[in-house]
Design a protein around this ligand. Structure first.
Ligand code: ADP
Ligand code: MG
Length: 238
């Protein structure tokens, strides 16, 4: 039976993997932000996630809720700009959904609470060239994959990454209507949104962490349906 401590080591591993990835992608994110912003997205996020890892590693026997809360606080105080309050505030607000640990159910609630918070804070809708263009399809796909298509959380995450990739591509041909990039108006067309891209990297690392964990435990195949469905039922979407 899951309790508030289910998924602690996976959550810590995810934070480390995300921080490493953001560090690796710092220059690339900066390049994207220099085209339609002020060239700080990579450096800001990197500083924030490095602080987050340090603070998470200093916690004693944390729960997933406390880990995510700590990451949110670190991002809120270290990242700045538009992304700091959106990423940091969103994580802080959504962390409570992990009070019963990390399960398919709690992660759906977490993803939805995070999206809701980002949209309440930033007031952006799909099509305005922001991280919301990645997040909305991601959250929708994750929930649908688990609740309607009966996929395992790992398979659902793989579909979620694919949805994020489409979201990132979608930002390229559209005009920015929120944040700094909106000052450019039509000149923002043809550029990929930095925040939508960093959101993809984060979700990719959550998937990579889930894969590592499942492999270590010799657990379910990625294209298998949820363990709660009868044996032999195959994923029809292939
Ligand atoms: P700043 O624009 O203040 O320098 P960053 O460079 O860190 O902040 O982050 C820019 C990213 O923030 C954008 O690429 C976009 O995805 C996201 N963003 C900006 N404004 C909003 C908003 N109102 N709602 C959602 N996301 C936003
Ligand atoms: Mg910027």
């Amino acid at each position: 039976m899951p309790d508030g401590t289910t998924g602690v080591k996976e959550t810590v591993a995810a934070v480390r993997n995300v921080a490493d990835r953001i560090e690796e992608e710092r220059e690339y994110l900066t390049e994207l932000d220099s085209a339609i912003g002020d060239a700080d997205h990579g450096a800001n996020l990197d500083r924030g996630f490095q602080a987050a890892v340090e603070q998470v590693e200093a916690l004693e026997d944390p729960t997933p809720e406390e880990i995510v809360q700590t990451v949110g606080t670190a991002l809120l105080s270290e990242v700045g700009g538009a992304a700091g309050p959106l990423y940091g505030g969103g994580l802080m607000q959504a962390s409570g959904e992990l009070a019963d640990g990390v399960t398919a159910e709690t992660t759906i609630a977490f993803a939805e609470a995070y999206l809701k918070s980002v949209q309440e804070r930033g007031d952006a809708a799909v099509g305005q060239k922001t991280m919301v263009d990645t997040l909305v399809p991601a959250v929708h796909t994750y929930r649908k994959s688990i609740e309607q298509d009966d996929l395992s959380p790992l398979a659902a995450l793989a579909k979620t990454v694919a949805a994020c990739e489409r979201g990132v591509d979608f930002t390229l041909p559209i005009k920015a209507e929120k944040g700094r990039a909106s000052y450019l108006g039509w000149r923002s067309v043809g550029h990929q949104d930095p925040g939508a891209t960093s959101t993809l990297f984060i979700v990719e690392e959550i998937l990579a962490t889930a894969r590592e964990t499942m492999e270590a435990e010799g657990d379910v195949e990625e294209d298998a349906r949820s363990p709660t469905t009868p044996d032999g039922v195959k994923n029809q979407e292939g």
